[in-house]
Design a protein around this ligand. Structure first.
Ligand SMILES: Cc1cc2nc3c(=O)[nH]c(=O)nc-3n(C[C@H](O)[C@H](O)[C@H](O)COP(=O)(O)OP(=O)(O)OC[C@H]3O[C@@H](n4cnc5c(N)ncnc54)[C@H](O)[C@@H]3O)c2cc1C
Length: 306
């Protein structure tokens, strides 16, 4: 079986994208996880999610952007998304990555760009979630988020933390003091053992530990996972503590466990689907393969059939 770390290494080799995209099987699988290349295609996917009782978060795929002009293009794209959400009345907020706004170039640039989007969202009564990326930028992401949160309310901007990081439990305590809305996920990048738990059991135990703190905090948080054991633990904890279904939401990725998404929405839980779109789908798509390497075998088997 192809190792997770190999797939995560390949996710950073953008040059492979054009080669891989020539194969129909590969392209077909990308459409399962990526809602298209344009805002309109993503809005269409969101409409279908809304019809099933779910809400969404728009994500324009792009990361580790290296030119200032490109980061400004990302701001324009997100302003268009926010305006499209208003025009169409679809139920969606937005998720951004700070390296998409220039964190790898200059933290001040990323702050300014993100601020422009958050300000637009505030004006429209919408919400911006700051995704969490690799551990090299964890602190810078939290610092930039705190600046944004000090200027805008908890219902305008929130952050993501990853249960695989050893530091996360402390970050949760720190960020809850502000307070702020947190999306907890397991974490999708290749991280060394000094910063992240190498064993899945520790990642899962930490997830449950953080989930309990979040649910009992009285703030509205996002429980992002497709893991049925994490979902059951959340439902059980909420029931035991008398925490209502409207006090938090579950979140899942576009194309992953659609059955479970529909089920949770039917059961009356908040269910938000993260909907990525855009031309720069390659690293995101490869991280999704790394989460379920069985998909790679499927691709390899069918790749050379045309
Ligand atoms: C809404 C949302 C936002 C996220 N934002 C971030 C972020 O900002 N930063 C970050 O580092 N990570 C983010 N992630 C990714 C996250 O960190 C995990 O990598 C991903 O969710 C897989 O973990 P899991 O909790 O589903 O559990 P796992 O233990 O990985 O998976 C549990 C089960 O879910 C199913 N499953 C999981 N992934 C897939 C897949 N790709 N294809 C098919 N089945 C699958 C399988 O049945 C698997 O057995 C986000 C995830 C979600 C749902």
């Amino acid at each position: 079986m192809v190792a997770r770390s190999t797939l995560l290494y390949l996710s950073r080799q953008e040059g492979l994208k054009d080669f891989a995209a020539r194969f129909r099987t590969f392209k077909k699988l990308t459409t399962r996880f990526v809602a298209g290349e344009t805002i309109d295609e993503a809005a269409e996917a969101i409409r279908a999610i809304n019809a099933l009782g779910g809400s969404a978060s728009f994500d324009h795929l792009n990361e580790s952007v290296a030119s200032v002009a490109e980061t400004e293009g990302e701001v324009r794209e997100y302003r268009q998304i926010l305006s499209r959400i208003d025009e169409t009345g679809i139920d969606s907020n937005v998720s951004i990555k700070l390296t998409q706004f220039g964190l790898g170039i200059d933290a001040e640039l990323a702050y300014r760009n993100a601020r422009a989007v958050v300000e637009d969202a505030a004006r429209r009564g919408n919400f911006v979630r700051v995704d969490m990326e690799q551990s090299a930028v964890t602190q810078a992401t939290i610092d930039t988020f705190k600046r944004l949160r000090s200027e805008f309310g908890p219902d305008t901007v929130g952050i993501v933390l990853q249960s695989y990081l050893r530091r996360t439990y402390e970050d949760v305590q720190d960020i809850l003091k502000i307070p702020a809305r947190i999306r907890i996920c397991k974490g999708a990048y290749n991280e060394p053992a000094e910063v992240a738990f190498p064993d899945k059991k520790d990642v899962d135990d930490n997830y449950v530990r953080v989930m309990k703190v979040l649910l009992s905090s009285g703030v509205y948080h996002g429980i992002a996972t497709h893991d049925e054991r994490m979902i059951e633990a959340t439902i059980e904890h909420a029931a035991r503590e008398g925490i209502g279904k409207d006090a938090f939401e579950f979140q899942m990725l576009y194309g992953v466990r659609r059955d479970l998404q529909a089920q949770l929405a039917r059961d009356g839980y908040g269910m938000r689907v993260y909907v990525p779109y855009g031309k720069h789908w390659y690293p995101y798509f490869m991280r999704r393969l790394a989460e379920r390497p069985a998909n790679v075998w499927f691709i390899l088997k069918n790749m050379f059939k045309g």
